[in-house]
Design a binder for this molecule. Structure first.
Ligand code: GLN
Length: 381
């Protein structure tokens, strides 16, 4: 076994979900909405399964989906993308892996912000790169340009930016994005932009892709996820967008990773992306209502909830809630003793000095489940 995997624990997301299934706990850990997904998108998948081909689609993705992705970005974000530059992947996680395999050369340093999706660092290492961390500090998780500059060296080649940011639930400011873009241009860096939460924003918060900033179109990989946009996380349909040589590298890496993804689901996502915006807006309103319900419930139960602008998650500050317990211990005890699964945020930081007082709760659940979870947590704390 490669040394990267030899010492590795199972990812916290899977560990918590398996434990929740085994113990019958309410699963507010791994991020996914309960419920069937938007009916027109589900119906489109059923229709495609019956009426369209179930054989290998083109490796880069169905042309209809690549077109639909471009139409969606033009409509929702004012972003011009050429369908040639879109490669459909088996979820954003494959897109991250393919991007790193394509773009990391031996010994390249890759800047990661923490907290981060736990897939990033191992994939950087496996691609032959060196992860370099820039911690973001709760509760605001702001990008400090001087902290990024401080870790850049001659060998820095890439940075991975997840905006909106999971697990923090924050959205980078226009100023921060502009400054990161300038840094990428000045230091000749490529940015892998994991923007899977682009549609999951609240309170009229806008999404601005790093790709839209001056000089960035050529030096960005923009990653998107149908699982997040439509709340169908098990479908594992995503995409990555890159221009010129970067795009070519992505396509080459993808062809020998998964080659292609299930065509009925690609058809359904293509159709979903062309439906009227009302569907996405209604879905966002429903998620916002769930967010408000869990926020109010946790607040009533005496938990200090951090500000949230995006994602399906609320973070609770245990220390500020008067609970002097490490997040990992809280999560272990909450799942076994209260029957509620959560994610300890320290699992998404690497190394020394990480915060150990923040726990993440997924709120995209029916009201009755959220109410029951709050009741259990209130009795438990
Ligand atoms: N993004 C998901 C979450 O934060 C995890 C993804 C996964 O488990 N593959 O819950």
């Amino acid at each position: 076994v490669h040394p990267v995997y030899a010492q590795m624990e199972r990812t916290v997301f899977d560990r918590m979900s398996v434990l929740a299934r085994e113990t019958g706990a309410i699963n507010l850990g791994q991020g996914f909405p309960d419920g069937p997904g938007p009916a027109p998108v589900i119906e489109a998948a059923v229709r495609a399964l019956r009426e369209k081909s179930n054989q290998y689609p083109p490796g880069a993705g169905l042309p209809e989906l690549r077109e639909a992705v471009c139409g969606y970005y033009a409509r929702r974000q004012g972003l011009e993308v050429d369908p040639q530059d879109v490669t459909v992947t088996s979820g954003a996680t494959e897109a991250i892996a393919a991007s790193l395999l394509a773009l990391v050369r031996p010994g390249d340093e890759v800047v990661l912000f923490q907290p981060a999706y736990d897939a990033y660092a191992p994939m950087v290492l496996r691609a032959g790169g060196v992860p370099v961390s820039v911690p973001l500090v709760p509760p605001h998780f702001r990008y400090e340009i001087s902290a990024i500059e401080a870790v850049l060296t001659e060998r820095t080649r890439l940075l991975i930016l997840n905006d909106p940011l999971n697990p923090a639930g924050t959205v980078a400011s226009e100023e921060a994005l502009g400054a990161i873009a300038r840094l990428c241009v000045e230091r000749d860096l490529i940015a892998i932009c994991d923007e899977v939460w682009e549609e999951v924003r609240f309170d009229a918060k806008r999404h601005r892709s790093l790709m839209q900033f001056d000089g960035m179109a050529e030096r960005c990989v923009k990653i998107g996820s149908a699982g997040k946009i439509f709340g169908v996380t098990g479908w594992k349909i995503g995409w990555m967008i890159g221009r010129g040589d970067v795009g070519l590298g992505l396509a080459r890496a993808h062809q020998f990773l998964t080659y292609a993804s299930a065509p009925p689901l690609q058809w359904a996502v293509a159709e979903g992306l062309t439906l009227p915006d009302a569907m996405l807006d209604d879905q966002r309103a429903a998620w916002a209502a769930s967010r408000a319900r869990l926020m109010a419930g946790l607040d009533r139960a005496g938990f200090a909830v951090l500000p949230n602008q995006a994602t399906w998650f609320l973070c609770v500050d245990l220390a500020a809630s008067g609970l002097p317990i490490r997040d990992r211990d809280f999560s272990e005890r909450a799942i076994r003793e209260a029957g509620v699964a959560t994610i300890p945020v320290s699992a998404l930081y690497e190394g020394e000095g990480r915060p150990e007082h923040i726990v993440r709760f997924c709120f995209t659940k029916p009201d009755a489940i959220l109410d029951e979870a709050v009741a259990r947590l209130a009795a438990f704390r």
